[in-house]
Design a protein around this ligand. Sequence first.
Ligand code: ADP
Length: 158
Amino acid sequence: MKVAIYPGSFDPITNGHLDIIKRSLSLFDKIIVLVSFNPNKKYKFDVETKVNMIKETLIEEGISEDKVKVDSFSGLTVEYAKKNNATCLIRGLRVVSDFEYEWSLNAANNYIDPSIEMVFLMARKETSFISSSSINEMHDNGVDVSNLVPKAVLKYLK
Ligand code: ADP
């Protein structure tokens, strides 16, 4: 069974993240969405809330826990992958600036454990402008984001 980890901040999960999850299911038997905690970053939501938003989104989408599991972790993602028999880490790519960040992340992960491959999926044009930070900023300024995030997220934003 091919297992992949999709790690990220998911602060909160957006339709862009959801698109990557769904498309990953055509490549892997099981995805673990891993809410990672970076002590250097400031988040809007706590880890538990972010996990709950993702779980509720998956229920809304009719995606079973056998296919997509949600977990959180504050250590090295590659270590988590090894412990959970995952062979790949999935990441999404939107703009060129994503590439620069992902390039060094990939290099660091290869240094730690070259047996874990990173797999990059290009954002679809419909969702490529969506980021968690833009969602939070738009919502805080009164913009309707209901077409950009899963329904489950809307009630947490309010
Ligand atoms: P991180 O802080 O680890 O970058 P994010 O939650 O911002 O966490 O993103 C997690 C992953 O999802 C990253 O690889 C990011 O590029 C990807 N991603 C985020 N938004 C989108 C989107 N709209 N389309 C495709 N991929 C996305």
